[in-house]
Design a protein around this ligand. Structure first.
Ligand code: NOJ
Length: 756
C-alpha cells in the first residue's frame, strides 16, 4: 500500500477512535498518549506561510525543510496563509500526509477587518460603543473565517500613554477601565458563543506584557515599571480578556524590569496560568524566542528555547527554536516532559474547541467565502462604527455642519482624495485603493459646488502597488499655488491632513508629532487666504495641533476609518450624523510632555489646581502647561449638554454594598445628540498613592433638543479596588470622590466614605 494512503487511513482511524462522547480534556489526553516527543514538539512550532501552497512543492533549502516538517506532523500552526484554496492546500498536507493527521490552526493579524476594513482600533475605541466594537470584531472574524482563518492575533490590549509609539493605533488608548471593556467586547466578538461555528475564530490578547510602555515610545524598547503600574494599569485588560474566555495570549518583544517577557515566568506562569487560571495557550511574538539572545538574556538559541519554555511560552512563532532545541533539552534534563505535555495539551484543546478535529476544512468553504466577503452587512457595520468613531474637537460659531446648498466648497490636502491611506496600517488582506475617499464622500452631496486640490503631494519610496513607505512631501511645494488659488474662490475650505496610513503602526515610532511634511505650512498658507475652514484629520495617534486648535474654527478627528471612511466623514460634515466620539488618549501640546495621561498621580508638588501655581518649585515645566491640548474623554457634539450637580444616594457605603451616583443632563442646543456620560472616582489617600481620578463607568444617552434625562451609576466595592502596597487587590476604607462629567477634566465632585 502507498505509504500516504496508509497514513491517511491510520490517521482517520485514530481520529475516529477519539470518541465523540469524550470531553475535550479526555480527547486531548487520548491523542497526547499516541504522540511521539517530536510530534508533541511539532505542535508547539508555528511557521509563517512560506510558499504558494497551490503551486509546486519547494525542492530545496529552508522551504523544503519546513515543507517536510509540515508533512511529518512537526508544525502546529501557520500564520499568514489565507484564502480558502491556500488554507485548504496546506491543511491537506498536515491532515493527509502526517502520521496522526492533526489539523493546523491558521493565525492571522486580523486587527481591524479582513478585506473590508473597519476603523483602526484606537478610532473604534473613540466610539465608546461596546456593542458596535463587538460587532466589528464579530464581522471581521466572519469575513476572515470564511477565507480559512481560525485564529486572530488580536485584540491588542496594551495600555499606552505615549503617542510617539506607533502602535497606539492598534490599541484602546490610555485607560485600563475602558481598555478592559473594549478587550472583553473584542474577545466576545471574535470568539462568539460557539467557537466551533465556521464564523467564529480564536482570539489572542497581546502583547503580554507592558509592550505599550516602551521607553521613549520607541518600538521594541526596554520597559521598566513597578508592580503598582503593572497590576493597576497594564494587566487589567489582559485579565478582562481572560475572564471573557480568550483562548490564546501572545507575549511581547520587550523586556520588563530586566526579564524579556517571552521568558518571564512571573508573568506567564505565576500570574496568567497561575493566579488567573488561564487554560489556553501562549504564543510567542514573531521570533521573540530567538530575540532572547539579542536581549543578552540567553547565551544561544538553545538556552533561549529552554528559558522560553520554562517561562511559560507554549508556541514558538517563526524562530524554529522549539522544533530544533526542545528535544535535546529534554534529553539533557533541562526541561521536563510535563512542561511539554502541558503546552501541547493547551494547543490541542483550542484546536478541538475550534471544531478542527471534526472537520479540518470547517473554515474552507468557497461558496461562503464568495458570499460573505464584502457583504452588505459588513460594509454597513463599518460605516456605522466609522461615524461613531469621529471626534469633534472644535466647532467655533457652529461652522459645522456644512450647509447643503449653494456653497462653493474647496477640498484641499494630500489625503483628501486618497483611497488607500484611510485603510490605515495592519490590514494585510485588504486591497489598496478600496477606501471611499473624502472627495468621493462629499461628491454624494450634490447641492454644493465642490472643487479639489492636493496642495502637498505624496511620495512613495516603493514600487507601484506597495504603500508601506508613502510619505507626505517634504521637498516639493509645487501644488501650493493651485490650492491657494482654489481657496481664494470658495465659501469654505475643507482641509484633509494627517498621517499617511502607514505612518503609524508597528515600527513607526516618531519623535515629532506635528503634521508630517509640508502640511502645516500648507494649512497656514491656505488659512491666510480663507479662514472659513474645517480641518479633517486622518491619523493613527494623537498629533500636536496647537496652531490649528488656536486658529482653525472647526476640527474633526477622523483617524484612519477604513473602507467607508469618506462616507462617514461626509455624513458627519453635513450633519446627517451628529458626532459623539470621545478621545481615548490625551492629545499633547508638546512631545516633551510625553508620557501624558489623565489618570496620573498628584505628586508631592501638585501646584494649585495642577496648573499655574505661580512659583517655581512645583511639578511643572517652565515652557509648557501640564495639561493636554485635548483631554482623555473629550469630544463635542453639534448640540450642547448641561450637567446638574451630582447626587449620591448615601454619603456612606458599607462593606460589600453599593451606592448610586446620578446627574441630570439636558440637551440645551438645537439638535438631537448623543452624549457619553463619564464617571470618575478618586481614592484621595491610600496605602499607595492613587491617581487623581480614574474612569469607572460611562453611559451613552441620546437626547432631543430641550430634553433632559437622569443618568445613574451604581458604585460598588469592586469599583474601588486596586492593587495595593501589600500586593492585594482590595478596596481600602475611607473617603472617595465621585466625578460625573463630559470628559476627564470634570471638576464637580461629591464624596462618600467606605466604612470598615
Ligand atoms: C509582530 C507583532 O508584534 C505582532 O503583534 C504580530 O501579531 C506578529 N508580528 C505576527 O504578524
Amino acid at each position: 500500500m502507498d505509504h500516504k494512503i496508509f497514513f491517511t487511513l491510520l490517521s482517520l482511524l485514530i481520529n475516529f477512535s477519539i470518541n465523540a462522547q469524550q470531553t475535550v480534556d479526555e480527547k486531548v489526553k487520548a491523542l497526547l498518549s499516541k504522540m511521539t516527543i517530536q510530534e508533541k514538539i511539532g505542535q508547539m512550532n508555528q511557521y509563517n506561510g512560506f510558499w504558494n501552497f497551490t503551486g509546486p512543492t519547494p525542492d530545496g533549502g529552508d522551504q523544503k525543510v519546513k515543507y517536510n516538517h509540515l508533512a511529518n506532523g512537526l508544525v502546529g500552526s501557520m500564520l499568514n496563509v489565507r484564502g480558502v484554496e491556500e488554507v485548504k492546500a496546506v491543511q491537506k498536507i498536515a491532515v493527509e500526509e502526517s502520521r496522526l493527521g492533526i489539523p493546523l490552526i491558521f493565525g492571522f493579524d486580523l486587527i481591524h477587518g479582513y478585506k473590508t476594513v473597519f476603523p483602526i482600533p484606537l478610532a473604534e475605541t473613540a466610539s465608546w460603543d461596546l456593542e458596535a466594537i463587538q460587532r466589528s470584531a464579530a464581522l471581521s472574524a466572519k469575513e476572515a473565517a470564511v477565507a480559512g482563518i481560525n485564529w486572530t492575533f488580536a485584540p491588542m490590549v496594551d495600555i499606552t500613554r505615549d503617542a510617539r509609539w506607533g502602535r497606539v493605533m492598534e490599541g484602546a488608548g490610555e485607560d485600563p477601565y475602558l481598555g478592559s471593556l473594549v478587550a472583553a467586547a473584542r474577545v466576545h466578538g471574535f470568539q462568539g458563543k460557539d467557537l466551533a461555528s465556521p464564523y467564529t475564530i480564536a482570539a489572542s490578547a497581546k502583547h503580554f506584557a507592558a509592550y505599550g510602555f516602551a521607553e521613549s515610545g520607541r518600538d521594541y524598547n526596554t520597559v521598566d515599571i513597578g508592580l503598582n503600574t503593572l497590576h493597576n494599569v497594564v494587566l487589567p485588560p489582559f485579565k478582562a480578556a481572560v475572564d471573557a474566555g480568550i483562548k490564546t495570549i501572545m507575549n511581547s518583544f520587550n523586556d520588563l524590569n530586566g526579564i524579556p517577557a517571552t521568558a518571564d515566568s512571573y508573568l506567564q506562569r505565576d500570574v496568567l496560568k497561575g493566579v488567573w487560571n488561564f487554560d489556553g495557550f501562549i504564543v510567542s511574538d514573531w521570533g521573540s524566542i530567538r530575540e532572547l539572545v539579542d536581549h543578552g538574556y540567553a547565551k544561544d538559541r538553545k538556552q533561549a528555547g529552554e528559558m522560553a519554555l520554562l517561562g511559560g511560552s507554549d508556541m514558538d512563532m517563526e524562530s524554529s527554536i522549539y522544533i530544533n532545541e526542545l528535544e535535546p533539552l529534554l534529553r539533557e534534563g533541562k526541561i521536563s516532559l510535563d512542561q511539554i505535555d502541558d503546552a501541547v495539551k493547551r494547543i490541542l484543546k483550542v484546536k478541538f474547541e475550534l471544531g478542527l478535529f471534526e472537520n479540518p476544512y470547517l473554515y474552507c468553504d468557497k461558496v461562503s467565502e464568495k458570499q460573505i466577503t464584502g457583504s452588505e452587512e459588513i460594509v454597513q457595520a463599518t460605516l456605522d462604527i466609522a461615524k461613531k468613531s469621529i471626534v469633534l474637537l472644535k466647532n467655533e460659531n457652529n461652522i459645522l455642519p456644512l450647509k447643503k446648498q449653494a456653497q462653493k466648497i474647496g477640498l484641499i490636502g494630500p489625503l483628501a482624495s486618497d483611497k488607500t491611506s484611510p485603510l490605515g496600517n495592519w490590514r494585510i488582506a485588504a486591497d489598496n485603493n478600496t477606501a471611499i475617499s473624502v472627495l468621493e464622500g462629499l461628491q454624494k452631496f450634490k447641492g454644493n459646488e465642490l472643487s479639489h486640490a492636493q496642495g502637498v503631494k505624496l511620495i512613495n519610496k516603493l514600487p507601484e502597488g506597495f504603500h508601506e513607505e508613502v510619505e507626505i512631501n517634504t521637498t516639493d511645494k509645487t501644488g501650493f499655488e493651485e490650492a491657494i488659488s482654489l481657496a481664494k474662490n470658495v465659501d469654505i475650505v475643507v482641509m484633509v491632513l494627517g498621517e499617511y496610513g502607514f505612518q503609524s503602526g508597528e515600527g513607526r515610532s516618531r519623535t515629532k508629532l506635528n503634521l508630517p511634511g509640508f502640511q502645516q505650512e500648507l494649512l497656514e498658507k491656505i488659512y491666510e487666504v480663507n479662514s472659513n475652514m474645517v480641518l479633517v484629520l486622518m491619523n493613527g495617534r494623537p498629533l500636536i495641533l496647537n496652531w490649528a486648535s488656536e486658529n482653525v474654527p472647526a476640527i474633526l478627528e477622523a483617524w484612519h476609518l477604513g473602507t467607508q471612511s469618506g462616507n462617514a466623514i461626509a455624513q458627519v460634515l453635513y450633519g446627517e450624523y451628529n458626532p459623539s466620539g470621545k478621545l481615548p488618549m490625551s492629545f499633547p501640546r508638546s512631545v516633551g510632555q510625553l508620557p501624558l495621561y489623565y489618570n496620573h498621580k498628584s505628586t508631592g508638588r501638585p501646584g494649585a489646581d495642577g496648573e499655574d501655581a505661580g512659583s517655581v518649585f512645583w511639578s511643572h515645566y517652565g515652557d509648557e502647561k501640564n495639561s493636554p491640548l485635548y483631554a482623555f474623554g473629550y469630544g463635542l457634539s453639534y448640540t450642547k449638554f448641561e450637567y446638574s450637580t451630582i447626587k449620591l444616594s448615601s454619603s456612606e457605603m458599607k462593606k460589600n454594598s453599593s451606592i448610586t451616583a446620578s446627574v441630570k443632563i439636558k440637551n440645551i442646543g438645537k439638535v438631537k445628540g448623543k452624549e457619553i456620560v463619564q464617571l470618575y472616582l478618586q481614592d484621595p489617600y491610600a496605602s499607595t498613592t492613587r491617581p487623581i481620578k480614574e474612569l469607572k463607568g460611562f453611559k451613552t444617552i441620546e437626547l432631543n433638543a430641550g430634553e433632559a434625562k437622569t443618568v445613574s451609576f451604581k458604585i460598588d466595592e469592586d469599583l474601588l479596588k486596586f492593587y495595593n502596597a501589600h500586593q492585594k487587590w482590595i478596596a481600602e476604607p475611607g473617603i472617595f470622590n465621585v466625578f460625573i462629567g463630559t470628559n476627564s477634566l470634570v471638576k464637580d465632585k461629591k464624596s462618600f466614605e467606605l466604612l470598615r
